[in-house]
Ligand binder design. Structure first.
Ligand code: NDP
Length: 326
């Protein structure tokens, strides 16, 4: 038996509890892992508190991130004792995930734990941090340079936002943080934001085109915030869209794209190809200041994860949450 969070549906009602789980019920896979740390992402909070549509089958162990040690493997790339990392691939959604002491996964989903990071640091970054880096890399691919002007980061106090600010600032970009929590100004400035904007300024319906301000955008919010960000992006600029914390809609017009040549770049971490993942983790080792990560992440126990997940949906947690699993 091992301990883990189990989400289930009992008589149509969603339940989530730390449970004793029989090892024989682990899903199919060619690598078994003793999990050391997992994390709480926005998606995990949705899974634990709302079930579907994130959870696609019940019962489910949530946790889209994990790091641990291989205990058993029939995959040629991994042997017992190897330290490995997992982000996404539908784990914690359709396949049992990281918020449990054991996981059984497909070897092709795993990445060897990068030498630059210990297990806890890798989870302080987690999917949110790796997605932030995918956004930064997309801005770079589109040719957005520090000298081009300000970069807007939305949902700034959250996991993706916090890491994006820290990385962009280290790379020399001028970062403006959009937040619903003005009381976190000092935190955002300590990460490298040069100024903050109140969420209300961008969350109402806006004009198809507004004053050109942003050279680039990292957006985790969606809806009107994303539409207004596109409308106020400078000629030739790029907006990366990775989240829906404010809504799944995009009430925009084509004006920013056809009149200002703005690029809207979609970012997906879940099915991102292995080469891109390896590059993102390599860049995180290079371009994320570990001291900043210390400010961004806090550690909790597995027994605290369910309560903490509700606080994420209420927008009450800051930065990243690392879960010590075993
Ligand atoms: P967090 O919960 O850590 O942060 C989300 C932030 O969004 C909050 O801190 C808050 O920032 C802001 N926010 C929350 N609710 C609202 C709202 N109603 N309107 C406007 N802003 C709001 O989540 P993550 O950073 O982990 O993830 C952010 C988003 O990105 C989520 O939607 C998540 O699903 C998505 N995501 C997508 C990935 C992909 O592969 N495409 C991978 C990882 C995440 P503040 O308090 O500063 O306003």
């Amino acid at each position: 038996m091992f301990k883990g969070i189990l989400i289930d549906k009992v008589d149509g009602a969603l339940t989530a509890a730390v449970s004793d789980i029989d090892e024989a019920s682990l899903p199919e896979g060619d690598v078994t892992i003793a999990v050391e740390y997992s994390t709480l992402n926005y998606k995990d909070a949705l899974a634990i508190n709302k079930g579907a549509p994130v959870v696609r089958s019940f019962p489910m162990v949530p946790g889209i991130d994990l790091v641990g040690t291989v205990t058993d493997s029939s995959h040629s790339d991994y042997k017992a004792g190897d330290k490995v990392l997992l982000n996404g691939w539908g784990v914690g959604e359709g396949h049992w995930g990281g918020l449990a002491e054991k996981a059984r996964l497909k070897g092709e989903w795993l990445v060897p734990l990068p030498k630059a990071f210990d297990a806890k640091t890798a989870m302080a970054i987690g999917t949110a941090g790796y997605t932030a880096m995918l956004c930064v890399m997309a801005l770079e691919r589109q040719g957005v340079k520090p000298e081009d002007g300000e970069i807007l980061v939305t949902g700034a106090v959250g996991g993706v936002g916090s890491v994006a600010i820290a990385v962009l600032a280290k790379l020399g970009y001028q970062v403006i943080a959009l937040t619903g929590r003005p009381e976190e100004r000092e935190y955002l400035q300590s990460l490298g934001a040069v100024d903050i904007i109140a969420r209300e300024e961008m969350s109402e319906p806006g004009r198809p085109l507004a004053r050109e301000r942003w050279a680039g955008v990292v957006d985790v919010v969606g809806s009107h915030v994303l539409a207004n960000a596109c409308a106020s992006t400078k000629y030739g600029g790029t907006v990366t869209a990775c989240g829906l914390a404010g809504g799944m809609d995009l009430p925009s017009t084509v004006a920013p794209f056809i009149l200002r040549g703005v690029t809207l770049a979609g970012i997906d971490s879940v099915m991102a190809p292995r080469e891109l993942r390896l590059e993102a983790w390599r860049r995180l080792a290079e371009d994320l200041d570990p001291a900043k990560l210390g400010e961004i992440a806090k550690e909790i126990a597995l027994s605290e994860a369910i309560d903490a997940s509700a606080q994420i949906l209420d927008g009450k947690l800051r930065g990243r949450v690392v879960v010590k699993v075993s």
